[in-house]
Ligand binder design. Structure first.
Ligand SMILES: [Fe+2]
Length: 252
């Protein structure tokens, strides 16, 4: 079984490996410079970045609803000033994230099975992780249905979906890396659950603002589940890292 605690080895990445160069570097740079004292190189790089920012096109757009029902619904919402494109963007965003969250769980399940056996262990019972994975997949399906219900295209990549696709790529890579331990992967899953909680809170608020009562009920239920995920993953992470004795009951 892979050791969950990092071992000491021949790590040569730190500046202590070269005392002479370390001294020279400190003489030239000192401590981390405050923003007001940026080096000329850093200021030039910020100037160039600023030019790209000013000239850049937006990340994408929200496609107009394709169905008559969607056009009607969107038209009504637009008249009442409810920005239906914002709702569609945020639904697409959550859908993209839940897809990646499902994949993160799939990869972690494989890692737990490979290192801790078919059922996980007392610190990380696999049946709970499997249930969490299925709920992420259910949330993905729920969002696809909600987008279609208001006439949107659940396969379209909205700007928000593009954004979280890029953000969550690093999390999936971290868990998918065969060298990372279960506890290191739990850290990535914890970030994913934190983002999920915040994302569902926004969706609950948007569904309420748009007076989508049925959607609101389902989103509140999803948020409740995501809160349980966060609590559980945080407890797993802390128990694996600190040996903390307690963990909350996971509501199935
Ligand atoms: Fe979750």
């Amino acid at each position: 079984m892979k050791d969950q605690v990092p071992h000491m080895g021949s790590n040569r990445t730190g500046v202590q490996m070269s005392p002479l160069d370390a001294r020279r570097m400190h003489e030239q740079q000192g401590a981390v410079a405050p923003a007001a004292l940026q080096s000329p190189g850093a200021a030039a790089s910020a100037d160039m970045r600023a030019r790209y920012i000013v000239d850049a096109a937006p990340l994408g757009s929200v496609p107009p609803p394709g169905s008559v029902k969607g056009v009607l619904n969107t038209g009504v919402a637009m008249i009442s000033g409810n920005s239906p494109q914002l709702l569609l963007d945020k639904l697409g965003e959550r859908l993209a994230f839940e897809r990646t969250a499902t994949r993160i769980c799939d990869v972690l399940i494989t890692k737990v099975r490979a290192t801790q056996g078919e059922h996980g262990d007392a610190l990380l019972p696999l049946d709970i992780l499997l249930s969490m994975r299925d709920q992420e997949a259910e949330h993905f399906a729920l969002l696809a249905r909600c987008i279609e219900d208001i006439g949107g295209d659940s396969t379209a990549q909205t700007p928000g979906a593009d954004l979280v696709g890029v953000e969550s790529t690093g999390l999936l890579q971290a868990v998918g890396d065969p060298r990372t331990t279960v506890v290191q992967s739990l850290h990535a899953l914890l970030i994913s659950e934190l983002a999920d909680n915040s994302g569902w809170e926004v969706l609950v608020a948007l569904a309420a603002a748009h007076r989508h009562t049925a959607m609101l009920r389902e989103f509140e239920r999803a948020l409740e589940r995501e809160r349980a995920h966060l609590q559980t993953v945080k407890a797993w992470f802390e128990r694996h890292t600190l040996g903390a004795p307690t963990a909350p009951e996971y509501p199935h």
